[in-house]
Design a protein around this ligand. Structure first.
Ligand code: CTP
Ligand code: K
Ligand code: MG
Length: 183
């Protein structure tokens, strides 16, 4: 029972790493031209200054690079931890990573439509936007990979574990002065 849970958590974490990294890298790499180019809709910004081309590009690239790196070290890690882990294809790596950025961009779009300024919190959406984007894009572009890797128990662990990790990493980034708000 405990052994099964341990395997599931390790598999969920490994599989989602290329989705967890992009938004955090975007915080470090962000800046420059906003994606919406300053455009507004009904008086509010389309996306806002917090969604930039550079952050999105560098974040996505970091997620893909990490996935390919994980592929290289998978064998030894599997032996060491005694768990079976999935291999990433370029397609699944890209979908997990870019999907996470898309989910976050979609959330900013919704935040602006509800009048929330850049940086405003939207509990629930903030913690799950990138999971939804990542899983959604991966299911769309790499469906057979998705079905093999994201078995129901793995998906359940992802949905429970991700908000906890998100809250923790953002609080740490805030304390370190890397992020303006702790969400
Ligand atoms: N960032 C970026 N490009 C992205 C996502 C994030 O450049 N696609 C950078 C921005 O500098 C942003 C920071 O990462 O300010 C933090 O990201 P996030 O919390 O998602 O953005 P917010 O500034 O809070 O804006 P929003 O309210 O739209 O979420
Ligand atoms: K966000
Ligand atoms: Mg924010």
């Amino acid at each position: 029972m405990l052994g099964t849970l341990r395997s599931l958590v390790l598999q969920a974490f490994w599989t989602m790493l290329p989705a967890y990294v992009p938004n955090n890298v975007a915080v470090l790499a962000g800046g420059g031209e906003p994606i919406d180019g300053g455009r507004t809709w009904n008086g509010n910004r389309l996306l806002g200054d917090g969604k930039t081309w550079r952050g999105t590009l560098v974040g996505t690239a970091a997620g893909v690079a990490l996935a390919l790196l994980l592929d290289l070290v998978r064998g030894p890690v599997e032996n060491r931890l005694d768990v079976s882990l999935p291999t990433f294809s370029v397609k699944s790596a890209f979908a997990l990573s870019f999907g996470a950025m898309l989910g976050d961009i979609g959330a900013s779009f919704l935040k602006r439509r509800s009048g929330r300024e850049r940086g405003a919190a939207f509990p629930g959406l903030d913690q799950l936007d990138f999971v939804a984007g990542s899983l959604g894009l991966t299911a769309a572009v790499a469906p057979s990979w998705f079905r093999t890797v994201f078995r129901i128990p793995v998906l359940l662990v992802v949905v429970v574990m991700t908000p906890i990790l998100h809250v923790t990493t953002n609080a740490i980034a805030y304390v370190l002065g890397l992020k303006d708000e702790p969400w």
